[in-house]
Design a protein around this ligand. Sequence first.
Ligand SMILES: *Cc1c(COP(=O)(O)O)cnc(C)c1O
Length: 384
Amino acid sequence: MSYLFPTYQRFDVKVKSASGTKLTDENGQKYLDFISGIAVCNLGHRHPAVQEAVEQQLKQVWHVSNLFHVSVQEEVAELLVQHSCGDAVFFCNSGAEANEAAIKLARKYTKRHKIITFKKSFHGRTFATMSATGQAKIHEGFGPLLQEFVYVPYNDIEAVKKEMDETTAAVMLEIVQGEGGVVPAEAEFLEGVQQLCQENGSLFIVDEVQTGIGRTGKPFAYQHYSLSPDITTVAKGLGSGLPIGALIGKNHLKEAFGPGSHGSTFGGNPIALAAAKATLTVIFQEAFLKEVEQKAAYFMKELQTKLSSIPFITDIRGKGFLIGIECAEKQGELIGKMREKGLLVLGAGPSVIRLLPPLTVTMEEMNTALTIIENVCCHEKISL
Ligand SMILES: *Cc1c(COP(=O)(O)O)cnc(C)c1O
């Protein structure tokens, strides 16, 4: 008996405590967490710098609303702007809200309506972001959707070209489709989309809710390419587990989001922002990100070596620590078996096992995870 709406399919695990990459459940069973709260706890659980910042903020002020200046908003906005191509930040509470703001801003700024997004994309669960999401199963039963969203095949620049016209407000995409199955975009495709947007006066919106905040080894995943999006959205990793989202936009967009145009009661909450400031201060250090890139490259190479001869594994792909293992069969069964062996991983789409270790994962933890993955995939037994 549960008093909750049954909106989620849940693992049979009740977490009691968490630290770094490790979770302990109510029975004392320990797990290596390669889910990180779905790309949220990028610094692992309860990182001391974030814990300290939140505790300090709790002793000062919790909430005053955006009727007031909140200096920690300015500090986090400055960090985001310094490490991106953007100039101004709007704070909200989630990924969907950040994308919702992006869609509203794009329509208001361009005075156009059509938004091009991609098949198998995921942008959120509000009406606009659900409508932007190119997956029928997310729409089921909720229609009619918001109008003038069109979905074209990902990595298909010709399809974008065909839909691009004088009514197109924006193209919105993920650099790696996360929920859709860990599908990375090709460089020529991304740069082609950006160019089409520029030629057509449409905004180029990059949804970095999953890929941002160091997940791929750069502050933002678009920085692996020659890209300078008009709008970038972030959320998941930004607050290390406290709810926060943000839209980062170029200067010319400021006029369209003037006083009274858009807002949020909780957006920019001082406690969430204190967590974000501490998080970014650690993650945006060059040496930290260099190490993430090196560890992720090692992990990917080992996965490919260890799993290359397993017939039902058809592809291993990703960027940085957003990794997908495509299985011709048994996705759910393998995820369950890895959990039994003490490694938490999740699915992405119907056939992909997704790995999202914290960026702070150690070599030893990676090696333990590799052993579990290899053994489960080879149907062998080991004990942690
Ligand atoms: C998770 C996710 C969202 C939605 O974020 P919420 O915080 O759940 O609203 C949007 N876009 C992408 C790419 C995501 O991975």
